[in-house]
Design a protein around this ligand. Structure first.
Ligand SMILES: [Zn+2]
Length: 240
């Protein structure tokens, strides 16, 4: 059973790169913020390995992508973003990353965390980028046990006064085995606007709507929704 959104006050979305949240869950997030839930993003890298223009320096790309993600977030009602600044393309699920994610969880105290799948999909290669899998793994470890155990990374409590916090549930996007489908037909235009805010990453802006509609319609059919609907899919895990 997935708890009703009325029981949820705050949600934290953890992703590897700017734009991941918009591909995976922006339609669902727009519904959450519309219903008054506070949503924050934690983005582990600044996406400095993204884009295809060699004339843009990697430092400039990081600044640009942070600005694009901030603009995209506004489209779906999110104004609180935390960038951890890890190098794009080289993320590993280290103890340092787990501590950094546990810190953000303890700071924001979310009821629900949304993260990427640590499991590889053999259907869409892009969903299983190594950074996505590493961040998904570290995020799940940060949910359990790191953020709730006072003896995990004790400096968070002793030096930063961040009390332990138990996240109630995790929604994993890009999972090969989703269990929950959210009908985003009504918020699809805002998801599309959020994705288009990542202009440096989109080679063919005209093609993106059709590609997305096809993918989300397939997801809706898998979830048993009526013909013509669009859905984002998640594996929902109870964690507290
Ligand atoms: Zn990504």
């Amino acid at each position: 059973m997935v708890p009703a959104d009325t029981e949820i006050g705050r949600i934290l979305v953890i992703t590897a790169h700017p734009d991941d949240v918009d591909f995976g869950s922006a339609g669902t997030i727009a519904k959450w913020t519309d219903s008054g839930i506070e949503v924050s993003y934690c983005i582990v890298t600044n996406g400095d390995a993204g884009g295809s223009d060699p004339s843009v320096s990697r430092a400039d790309m990081a600044v640009l992508r942070q600005a694009e993600q901030t603009a995209a977030a506004k489209q779906v009602g999110v104004h609180d973003l935390h960038f951890l600044g890890y190098p794009d393309g080289r993320v590993e699920a280290t103890l340092a990353l787990r501590r950094d994610l546990a810190r953000v969880i303890r700071l924001l105290r979310p009821d629900r965390v949304v993260c990427q799948s640590p499991e590889r999909s053999y259907v869409f290669m892009g969903v299983s980028h190594p950074d996505h899998r590493a961040v998904g793994n570290a995020a799940l470890d940060a949910v359990y046990p790191d953020s709730r155990n006072p003896f995990a990374f004790p400096e968070l409590l002793a030096e930063e006064k961040l009390d332990p916090w138990t996240v109630r549930e995790v929604w994993i996007s890009g999972s090969p085995a989703p269990t929950h489908y959210v009908d985003i037909t009504e918020t699809f235009p805002r998801k599309l606007a959020a994705l288009r805010a990542h202009a440096s990453q989109i080679k063919d802006p005209a093609a993106i709507e059709e590609m997305l509609r096809a993918r989300l319609a397939r997801s809706a059919v898998q979830g048993g929704l009526p013909e013509g609907r669009l859905a984002e899919a998640f594996l929902v895990v109870q964690s507290g």
